[in-house]
Design a protein around this ligand. Structure first.
Ligand SMILES: Cc1ncc(COP(=O)(O)O)c(C=O)c1O
Length: 418
């Protein structure tokens, strides 16, 4: 263990748990709608918990044994209806849901195509799956997806004959880049190349839940393609400030997962506190209680976009050339730790993201907006980035290698970009 940890230390890739100071400004968490500090939500949650005092606190077992309840089943029905889906199945986490789906759904010889930036939980599932072919395609590239699918169709007679399934895994919004998947284009290509209906898209909506679409129903609903997507995953731990996840899918798939998804079968089901929180927050969003937060979040997204475009061109930071279409912004820099440390020292929490979480050369500072952020906080953050850039230029003009050394001192990573 020590040897491996030391290696990571040496490669500047050792992970550590950290604590944020309570007074710092959050530009990092996935609490997009700032619901985790909503006193209205807390009050509603406690009232719902009290109203459910006849229900045991703990679930008592796996969903398949003693852990099921009408309370959980009613939540599933409500959520399915809200998202215009035929059925819903709760999982203890999004990680469990993805690993469950991708480990058991592909049958022997089936094909899984996945965006190269797909979440680790999908990889976890694929590792256990019986799929014959697992192929990645270049992130968000419709052209590359078409090419990879074309190769699969050409090489595999059973795929052409509709006797072998092709599952495609994408995220609505990618957690590190904040960009949005070309869902309609992918669906059109699947229909075109697999007209017998054996192409199935599975969309992870973890970062679009609560943020995209009417009442935060997610990107698939916003695009109106609910009927064309096999399954959707919504997680509750991000914008909905709760925990757990739900898979929206046809009833047959729900039954199949209940029978085969080990991450559902062999774990204790969510207890009342979590279920109550999910129920409360869903009532909140259905009743439109989060709509002003959603609107404010989108206002801040355009505000930060505008501010970032005003930053100077510099080798120390790749200012995004394209506007971000989500609350997640990535400030690509060879010195992510230096920039993040600087902002953190001034009370603004942003995180450095380094390989292997992102590809080498793609190291960045991830900035995440929340409806509770103010425009003044956004101004201050952008000003800090500007000051940091100036400091880097100053250090470089004194000694061209100073900036690099300083950054390495903070555990910065080397980059091909400079
Ligand atoms: C895209 C994506 N899918 C799934 C998950 C896992 O969800 P959960 O946190 O509920 O386990 C995450 C992050 O945590 C995620 O970013």
């Amino acid at each position: 263990m020590q040897h491996l940890l030391t290696n990571r230390e040496r490669n500047s890739s050792r992970r550590r748990l950290s604590l944020s100071t309570p007074t710092s400004t959050d530009f990092s968490s996935n609490d997009f709608l700032s619901l985790s500090t909503s006193s209205a939500l807390r009050t509603a949650y406690l009232a719902e918990l009290t109203a459910s005092s006849h229900i045991p606190l703990g679930s008592g077992g796996s969903r398949l044994l003693d852990g099921n309840s009408t309370y959980a089943e009613d939540i599933e029905k409500d959520i399915a209806e809200f998202h215009n889906a035929p059925a819903a199945l709760l999982f203890n986490s999004g990680f469990d849901a993805n690993s469950g789906i991708f480990s058991c759904l592909p049958q022997l010889g089936d094909v899984v195509l996945y965006d190269e930036y797909i979440h680790a939980s999908v990889h976890e599932g694929m590792k256990l799956s019986r799929a014959g072919v697992r192929r990645k395609f270049v992130h968000n590239s419709v052209k590359e997806f078409t090419r990879v699918l074309g190769e699969v169709v050409q090489c595999d007679e059973l795929v052409r004959e509709g006797k072998r399934n092709v599952f495609v895994a994408v995220e609505s919004v990618y957690s590190m880049d904040g960009d949005v998947a070309p869902i309609v284009e992918i669906l059109d290509i699947l229909d075109d190349r697999l007209p017998l209906g054996n192409g199935h898209l599975i969309v992870d909506e973890a970062h679009s839940t609560g943020v995209f679409g009417d009442h935060g129903r997610g990107l698939v609903c916003a695009l109106g393609v609910e009927d064309r997507v096999l399954a959707r995953l919504h997680t509750f731990g991000k914008a909905l400030s709760s925990g757990g996840a739900v898979v929206l899918c046809p009833p047959i798939m729900r039954e199949y997962l209940i029978n085969y998804a080990r991450s559902l079968i062999y774990t204790t089901a969510m207890g009342l506190p979590t279920l109550t929180m999910i129920k409360t927050v869903h009532r909140f969003i259905r009743q439109g209680e989060t709509q002003s937060a959603q609107k404010q979040l989108w206002y801040l997204i355009s505000y930060l976009n505008e501010k970032l475009l005003q930053l100077p061109d510099t080798p120390f930071l790749d200012v995004p050339k394209e506007l971000s279409k989500s609350p997640i912004f990535s400030l690509v820099t060879p010195y992510p730790r230096s920039l993040a440390n600087f902002c953190q020292s001034k009370g603004f929490v942003v995180r450095p993201i380094v390989p292997p979480t992102v590809p080498t050369g793609g190291q960045r500072v991830r900035v995440c907006l929340h409806s509770g952020n103010t425009t003044s906080e956004v101004d201050q953050l952008v000003e800090l980035v500007r000051i940091w850039i100036e400091k880097q230029h100053g250090a470089e003009s004194e000694d061209p290698s100073t900036a690099l050394k300083a950054s390495r001192g903070h555990g910065g990573v080397n980059s091909a970009r400079l």
